[in-house]
Design a protein around this ligand. Sequence first.
Ligand SMILES: [Cu+2]
Length: 177
Amino acid sequence: MQSLTIGLFGAALALASSSVLAHAGHQHESGGGDGHACHAPVQRSTTAENASAPEDVTVSDCWIRALPNRLPAAAYFRISNTGEQNVVLRGAEAQGFSKVMLHGHDESGGMARMTHVEAVTVGAGQQFEFAPRGHHVMLEQADFDLEIGSQRPLTLWFEGDKALTVQCEVKAPGTLK
Ligand SMILES: [Cu+2]
């Protein structure tokens, strides 16, 4: 599975620019991460523990697809906005991962690649799904081994320094849903 994916997307990986990362089964090029503006630390006025939650927003069905050898993992979930205002997801953080990013997924031109996403807007009364072959939260530079079946916390940061922390079930590499 892994080698097949790399075979299919190897060409894309070779052509990857600094702003568009080839999507090789969530396997990023290691190193060379410097110079990405999107990796700059985000300044926030509060911490996940002290932040207030965004109104009328729930995050459900969170899970993490683990990869072996501390390769980048991906988190998936559904955001529901039952309010009358749009909400904007601005970023995420996860205990034990020093690099956490919002990623999109682009298959235009017949080549799958992931792209860095600054923000995701969930319209009033709408849902937004983070799912395989779609948006995901990329979890990189783990300082521990993810254990299949365990629960890990993920904090989502919304506009106005509002935060929601959810528990995500860690699933095996081959999981698609
Ligand atoms: Cu990604």
